[in-house]
Ligand binder design. Structure first.
Ligand SMILES: Nc1nc2c(ncn2[C@@H]2O[C@H](COP(=O)(O)OP(=O)(O)O)[C@@H](O)[C@H]2O)c(=O)[nH]1
Ligand SMILES: [Mg+2]
Length: 250
């Protein structure tokens, strides 16, 4: 609606004479509505005596662990020392999956026993990262579709406990682009629990066009920072509004 209203306004005031001109205006408005001016950098620079801490949150299956692995790879390639924290302790397989990513991209891992307290594992990871002098600690969290209250308590606790040790620089919410508008309600629930600093929109390599970007940025007031374009280690890219709109318009 915001896009259509703005476009209608522009067309009326600018005396558009052809379909091509209207299309060019549509492109312009679509790009503007994505807020190209937002800061989309990932805050992953260490502080004096402490690593930067990134928390990765979202519903199960959206791509949190995969995104954690891919982003760790980008940071390692950038020359940073990265430690992963496996705070998804509900299934041993979840920590195994993260460990495999760590081995693949050259990042260490801290994991607990199956069923361990996620907040304790997150704390241990940040403590070890601080002792070892790493640059970045990335915490992969569990995201079961459980009750909102349970989710609130757990995530909130993870963040609070970590903050006893170091500042949390980024809370990245991972959303699956293929689930459309459902992503918006998920995003709202998470935003009530923790202050989201950026969104990662995954599975944009599928049939999804990712129109949810507009609603999510508008509702949360935080930028989509990264997009997932496949299951491979290199399939993560910065979100670029102009390129996104050009792909959208075909
Ligand atoms: N096609 C595609 N698949 C992805 C992407 N990101 C994650 N996946 C896949 O989605 C599934 C769930 O990912 P996972 O990281 O385990 O999700 P988590 O439960 O949120 O940790 C896996 O099969 C991933 O390979 C993406 O950007 N594109
Ligand atoms: Mg996972």
């Amino acid at each position: 609606m915001a896009v259509v209203e703005k476009l209608r306004d522009r067309i009326a005031t600018q005396g558009v004479a052809s379909a091509a001109e209207a299309r060019a205006l549509l492109r312009q408005v679509l790009i503007e509505e994505l807020h190209p001016e937002y800061d989309r950098s990932i805050r992953a620079l260490p502080h004096a005596g402490a690593p930067s801490v990134l928390l990765v949150v979202g519903v199960n299956g959206t791509g949190k662990t995969t995104t954690t692995g891919k982003l760790a790879r980008v940071l390692v390639a950038d020359g940073r020392r990265v430690l992963l924290g496996a705070a998804d302790t509900f299934r041993a397989a979840a920590a195994d999956q993260l460990q495999t990513w760590g081995e693949r991209v050259g990042a260490g891992i801290v994991r607990g026993k199956e069923g361990a307290d996620p907040a304790a594992v997150a704390f241990d990871a940040v403590a070890k990262g601080t002792d070892d002098g790493v640059d970045v600690v990335m915490i992969d969290t569990a995201g079961r579709l459980h009750t909102k209250t349970g989710l609130m308590d757990e995530l909130d606790k993870v963040k609070r406990v970590v903050e006893k040790k170091a500042k949390v620089d980024e809370v990245l919410l991972v959303l699956d682009a293929t689930i459309g508008q459902n992503g918006l309600s998920q995003a709202k629930v998470f935003a009530e629990v923790v202050d989201i600093t950026g969104v990662v929109l995954t599975k944009l390599d599928g049939t999804a066009k990712g129109g949810i970007v507009y609603a999510v940025q508008h509702e949360l007031g935080v930028p989509v920072k990264l997009v997932g374009l496949g299951e491979g280690a290199d399939d993560l890219a910065p979100f670029e509004p102009t390129a996104f709109v050009d792909a959208l318009l075909g």
